[in-house]
Unconditional design. Structure first.
Length: 140
């Protein structure tokens, strides 16, 4: 029965995602229409005003805002799917111990060292990546 509930839950999440995507597509289509109208408008001020509104709508529905929405949707799906899988007795989740994580880090270190050596600015890039990862993990 758990699989049936999980399937229904995922179907609802997919429907919700499609509705959100349709809403964004509708807003973008409206913006495109406004831009076309503005481009054909003889009054420069009206055209500039319409383009400003269009740019604002595009900015609101793309870039960082769209990335955040995508991350939220995917994050919510990931958590719910992971919870469903954990409840399923056919799946087993294993969290590595501290010693196992240290062994993995030690095993990968030569690969990282080689990448830093062969990549232009490799040391700087690794440092920036690690700082961003630490910032993310701290919740800031």
């Amino acid at each position: 029965m758990a699989n049936h509930k999980s399937a229904l839950k995922r179907a609802k999440q997919n429907l919700d995602r499609r509705i959100r995507n349709k809403s964004v597509k509708t807003r973008v289509k409206k913006v495109v229409k406004e831009v076309r109208l503005a481009a054909g408008d003889a009054a420069k001020e009206t055209a500039v005003e319409k383009l400003t509104v269009a740019k604002s709508a595009i900015d609101k529905n793309s870039g960082e805002a769209l990335s955040e929405l995508f991350a939220q949707v995917v994050g919510n799906d990931e958590v719910s799917i992971l919870d469903d899988l954990k409840k399923d007795p056919q799946h087993k989740f294993v969290t590595p111990s501290g010693a196992e994580m240290t062994a993995w880090k030690n095993a990968f270190q030569p690969v990282i060292d080689n990448w830093k050596k062969e990549t232009p600015n490799g040391e700087t890039l690794i440092k920036a990546f690690q700082e961003e990862l630490d910032r993310y993990r701290s919740g800031k």
